[in-house]
Structures are given as C-alpha cells and as structure tokens.
Design a protein around this ligand. Structure first.
Ligand SMILES: Cc1ncc(COP(=O)(O)O)c(C=O)c1O
Length: 291
C-alpha cells in the first residue's frame, strides 16, 4: 500500500483524489520537482525549493508550501512508506477552476508528493554508458517554459519515447538555433582539452541541481567549468560526455546517433566526477540539517 502526500495530509494512493477541474490537468498549469533521498534526506532541498519558487513566480502561481513544509512532507512520505533511499516526485498545480470557469492562476494550489523506488538505472548502464539520439523535437529557448520544470513535459516524453524506439536511452534536444540545449530529462556535459563544457541556461537548459553540483566539482578533477553555446558537432571532438539529473546522478554518455563518443566507453573524468558527486551527496546529506 502506498501513501501519498496530498495537500497537507497522507492518504492511501487509491483514496488520493483531485478535482477533474484541476488546472494541472486542464492546462498543464503547474510545476514539479524530482528529488532523490539518501538515508532519508534529500540532496540540496533548498535548491529544489528555490527552483520551485522561481517557477511559481514565472507562472504567476501561489506557492502554498514553505521549505520546512517541504521537509515535513518528504519526511512524512518516507516514514509512512518505510523508505529511505527513494525517488521523490513533488507536483504543484494551480488548483481547481473556480465556479464560473475563469482560468486565472489564483486559487487553491494542489500539492502532491509521492515516493518511488530507485530501479530505473541499473549498475550495468553506468558501466556501459547511455546511448542517445539527436531528437527532432527542439527546445524553444525563447519560451518562458524552457527554464521552468513545468507540467508541460510532453516534448520531453515524446523525445524520450522516440529515443527508446531507436534503441537509445536518452534524447538530446537542440534549441531553435541548432545548439545543444539538454537531454529530455538531463543536462549534458562534454570533456574536452581540460574543459568541462555544458550548454548555458540561455541555450534552453534547465538549471539542474546536479548540473550545478558537477560544475562546482570540475576544478577538483583539473577541469575548467564552461557554460556556453554548444554546437551539435561538439560531441565528435569530445574525449568524454555524460548526463546528469537528480535521480541518475552522473551517467556516462558513450554513443550518439549510433556513433561512439570518444573511446565509446565511460571516461576517467566522468568516473571521477561520479565518485566525487556521490561523496558530496553523502557529506551533505549526513550533515545536521532539517531535511
Ligand atoms: C529537462 C530536464 N533537464 C535537466 C534535468 C536535470 O535536473 P536536476 O539535476 O535538477 O534533476 C531534468 C531533471 O529531471 C530535466 O527534466
């Protein structure tokens, strides 16, 4: 039996009900955060919360949740489901349409949090590295949604589904100008000549929490962190490539469009950054704090 946090209460999944007039359903009007917990604690909850606040401001939504409410919700969900190491999905919608049907943002927001198991990325995938394909779906870097983790996620899902049909695990999205933006659910990094390069936020990349942590670690492996426009051909000059997100952490990217990147195997900088990231997570999540 799974327990879900819904608007301040824990309810059984079968009992958790939303209005059919919820604007998250009707318009995709809402935001989400995907977090990972380690020993019952989320890595950098304040960064997830900040991104949620910024998204809410951009979408003119009320945010009926403080950082400590988020901490309490995470704690309650993990405890009730007897989980410690989990995937956590927070969804915030603009709530149900009021009588009369105005579609304005203001109303009682809906907040849902649930936990899931971490089974999506098996160890063998880290040893082999992911294969990706360049997607025909473009990231519109001029859209206000490009930097928001909004419920409008269908471009990402369609790109990922297309990748799966083409025997790849991830899709790389270019922006409207043909530069690399990000993966369908990840940020992209290349290692080339002492530099660790990732597409700039202006390119249409989401400001990933893992992306930020990896940028902080670059100098520890002797690399200069660079955020810039990235040509789609840059993969072919790179020694290594990898992808990041909160759940999979640092994942080697070893093939693109059927061709090997670098040696076609996970590279030394990628492996070292993965190790350092895991050390950072253990250090930060075991320090005394509220989540
Ligand atoms: C489109 C997209 N880009 C990047 C990321 C990585 O973000 P984070 O490191 O905060 O999980 C995600 C996360 O799921 C994503 O969906």
């Amino acid at each position: 039996m799974r327990w879900i946090y819904l608007n301040g209460e824990l309810v059984q999944q079968e009992e958790a009900a939303l209005s059919v007039l919820d604007r998250g359903l009707l318009y995709g009007y809402g935001l989400f955060e995907t977090m990972r917990s380690y020993g019952g604690r989320v890595f950098r909850p304040e960064a997830h919360y900040r991104r949620l606040c910024e998204g809410a401001a951009r979408l003119a939504m009320d945010l009926p949740l403080s950082l400590s409410d988020l901490a309490d919700a995470v704690h309650a969900v993990l405890e009730r489901n007897e989980m410690t190491d989990a995937y956590l999905r927070l969804t915030l919608t603009a709530g149900a349409l009021p009588a009369g049907g105005a579609s304005s943002a203001h109303g009682d927001a809906t907040v849902v949090l649930f936990a899931g198991t971490l089974s999506e990325y098996p160890p063998a995938l880290y040893r082999r590295g992911m294969a990706a394909v360049t997607s025909a779906v473009r990231r519109n870097e001029t859209s206000p949604l490009s930097r928001v983790k909004s419920l409008n996620y269908l471009d990402n899902l369609l790109a990922r589904e297309d990748a799966r049909r083409r025997d790849a695990e991830e899709a790389i999205l270019l922006n409207t100008r043909g530069f690399v933006a990000e993966g369908s659910a990840s940020n992209v990094f290349l290692v080339r000549e002492e530099r660790l390069i990732t597409p700039s936020i202006e390119s249409g990349a989401l400001a990933g929490i893992t992306r930020q942590a990896v940028l902080e670690l670059a100098s520890s492996v002797g690399l200069e962190a660079v955020q810039s426009e990235m040509e789609s051909s840059a993969f072919w000059d790179a020694a290594e490539a990898f992808l990041t997100n909160s759940v999979m952490e640092v994942m080697p990217l070893t093939r693109l469009d059927g061709r090997p990147i670098g040696s076609g195997r996970p590279g030394p900088a990628t492996k070292e950054l993965r190790r350092l990231y895991q050390e950072m997570v253990v250090r930060e999540t075991s320090a005394v704090r509220t989540v």
